[in-house]
Design a binder for this molecule. Structure first.
Ligand code: ADP
Ligand code: MG
Length: 240
């Protein structure tokens, strides 16, 4: 018992320490990036050096992204739940996705009944669906359609009284995954991308769990992927 507690304490301490380290790396990194940008812009810098400085900048950007994703994963904040309109939130994220230069030829087909409400932390909800949408877009480098649908599943149907659930699916017809990769998707640091951090879905999983929901994945290589999220329906929306 004591050994177990000690281990848990140790793990929590290591988590806290690494989150703090990551945080501390951010400031010097910002200074490096700023200084390098100034040198790169200077007339005294030759073209060849500018090219090398470009590499330094790209790599500092990448470190920044890694640290941001790591902090989101390693430092979970307790959810500040509010009554959220799912369709509005997905619409906002869709506009962001369309404006993002990394993705071209991506459209989003949304089927979410009006006034579908969930009790969720706003920032964390954006993070969950942004990660799922970006992964879907990245799985379709040649462009394609992402489908986001939601429906209320009445607990009358299942015969088990757990309260009504909201089922939300994010579906793409992109490159899909092999069965081994499917098993690993929620593992922290699992990535098949050259520039991936492998923390997106681990964070998504943790956030959904902390809101009393679950997330499932279903994927076929070269055919596409479906992520299914089940969340308790917003308390205010349940039928009496
Ligand atoms: P990252 O996007 O940084 O690689 P994620 O945690 O978001 O990290 O995803 C982990 C891995 O899961 C990805 O590298 C990819 O192999 C796989 N994956 C996630 N979403 C999809 C998807 N929609 N289609 C195909 N593969 C996916
Ligand atoms: Mg990702």
């Amino acid at each position: 018992m004591e050994a177990k507690l000690k281990r848990a304490d140790r793990l929590a301490a290591v988590g806290e320490l690494s989150a703090r380290m990551a945080h501390e790396i951010r400031n010097p990194l910002a200074s490096i990036s700023g200084a390098v940008q100034l040198i790169a812009q200077s007339d005294a810098t030759c073209a060849k050096d500018k090219q090398l400085l470009g590499i330094v900048l790209r790599e500092t950007d990448r470190l920044n992204e890694l640290i941001r994703d790591f902090l989101e994963y390693a430092r979970p904040t307790p959810p500040a739940k509010i009554h959220l309109d799912l369709a509005l939130l997905i619409q906002d994220l869709t506009s962001l996705l369309k404006a993002d230069h990394r993705f071209t030829g991506i459209s989003v087909d949304m089927h979410i009944p009006k006034r579908t409400k969930i009790d969720f932390d706003l920032q964390q909800c954006k993070q969950v669906f942004w990660n799922l949408l970006v992964n879907a877009a990245e799985a379709m480098p040649g462009g394609g359609e992402i489908s986001v649908r939601a429906e209320v599943i009445s607990d009358m149907a299942s015969g088990i009284s757990v309260g009504d659930l909201i089922k939300i699916e994010v579906i793409d017809n992109g490159m899909g995954m092999n069965p081994q990769d499917v098993k690993n998707v929620f593992e922290p640091f699992f990535t098949t991308k050259a520039n991936g951090t492998g923390l997106g879905l681990a964070t998504v999983y943790r956030i959904i769990e902390s809101h009393g929901g679950i997330i499932l994945v279903d994927s076929k290589q070269d055919q596409g992927t479906r992520f299914t999220v089940f969340l308790p329906q917003s308390v205010g929306e349940r039928q009496k």
